[in-house]
Design a protein around this ligand. Structure first.
Ligand code: FES
Length: 116
């Protein structure tokens, strides 16, 4: 989201996130997201797969072979990079929307485009 104005909105408490789990959240405005923690970093992404809208809370988040954080959809196994949203496998398919995060005083904030 380079060059896009974002507004950070509160979406979860850090203590509610656990490595290896994917937490669905609904933020201000009704936007549905999912959160995953990999190597201590919080990643935020769309709640549904861009392929056939599978709820990504039923997926796996892990480091890929190259060390980048990956999400593997639980239905057909598409693999996405959680840093960029790019579809790794199969390549050149619809990408996953990912969002910047920051943690302040134990609260996770997600940057969404525009003024909310
Ligand atoms: S619904 Fe996610 S890969 Fe098909």
């Amino acid at each position: 989201m380079i060059g896009v104005h974002v507004t950070y909105v509160r979406c979860a408490s850090v203590r509610d996130l656990h490595p290896g789990e994917i937490k669905p959240v609904r933020v201000r405005g009704g936007h549905e997201l999912a959160l995953a923690v990999i190597d201590g970093r919080v990643h935020a992404f769309e709640a549904y797969c861009p392929h056939q809208a599978w709820p990504l809370k039923w997926s796996e988040a892990e480091n890929g072979a190259d060390g980048t954080p990956n999400l593997i959809c639980g239905l057909h196994g598409w693999r996405f990079c959680l840093d960029t949203g790019v579809t790794i496998d199969p390549p050149s398919m619809d990408d996953l929307a990912v969002y910047p995060t920051r943690v302040t005083d134990g609260v996770v904030y997600v940057g969404l485009p525009g003024n909310l």
